[in-house]
Design a binder for this molecule. Structure first.
Ligand code: ZN
Length: 259
């Protein structure tokens, strides 16, 4: 980090972003030019042991190292609103026991601030529902265009009708599958942490693979409300998912509701 940044930090730190509507809910948006390597904010929260983190149930766990995790679910932790991107303009950095979000490049006013949540989070939460970051949306648009081009080529060969129908049916199916996967992920929301060194990946990915139930709890508020019910479902699905204690869950729930 540059000297000017630490000077800025010694003075009152003012956030260079605001929380606002994003493609996937809420996000953080630059309110001025943020220079490359500039500190954007700290990821704040209660420092808890990995053991405790495994008992809590929320998506705002940031793994600091194999022993410690920050529970960033409190709404005062505005850094929790930064969304994931596979082509991020910021990155998380662990400094001792602090987690900071730093600009990877110059970020223009109005631009959404994003960072990479790490492979574990991506595989468990985003892959099943389809990541909605710019990079992945572009990739999928390109794939669709290629499919259309291929279908067009097939049309001239006289196979148009059946091919178009088939590809339409496929789209519908994959949409349903995505909705189910999303619901299942929400349903089986296990402790998967942001950050690059997740420890409980084996158990977590195992649990994610065994998703079956389709529920419609999608929004963050609904998720919080449904937590207790879900943990019951989880217990019923014994062995398949990471075990979790209802008590710990409701504690986490209370702490999330404080603000
Ligand atoms: Zn992506």
């Amino acid at each position: 980090m540059s000297g000017s940044t630490s000077k800025t930090r010694r003075k009152a730190f003012s956030r260079p972003y605001r929380v606002g509507r994003s493609r996937t809910g809420l996000g953080g948006f630059a309110t001025r030019l943020i220079k490359k390597n500039e500190l954007i904010d700290r990821y704040r929260g209660q420092m808890i042991t990995t053991e405790e983190a495994d008992k809590r149930d929320n998506r705002y766990m940031f793994e600091v190292n194999s022993k410690w995790t920050i529970d960033g679910s409190n709404r005062r932790n505005l850094a929790r609103y930064f969304n994931h991107s596979c082509r991020p303009n910021a990155e998380s950095d662990v400094k001792g026991h602090k987690v900071i979000i730093v600009a990877k490049r110059n970020i223009q006013p109005g631009e959404e601030i994003t960072y990479d949540y790490g492979k574990d989070y991506f595989d468990i939460f985003l892959k099943p529902i389809g990541c909605k970051c710019d990079k992945c949306l572009e990739k999928r648009a390109k794939e669709r265009a290629e499919k259309r081009a291929a279908a067009k080529a097939g049309k001239t060969a006289g196979k148009s009708a059946s091919k178009t129908k088939a590809s339409k049916a496929k789209t519908t199916r994959s949409k349903t599958a995505a909705a189910e996967a999303r619901a299942a992920a929400a349903d089986k929301k296990q402790v998967v942490k942001r950050g690059k060194t997740a420890a409980s990946k084996a158990a977590a990915s195992k649990a994610a693979k065994s998703k079956t139930k389709a529920k419609t709890a999608k929004t963050k508020t609904t998720k919080a409300k449904a937590t207790t019910a879900r943990s019951k479902v989880k217990q019923a699905a014994a062995g398949k998912s990471v075990s979790r204690k209802t008590k710990a869950v409701s504690r986490a729930k209370t702490s999330r509701k404080k603000t």
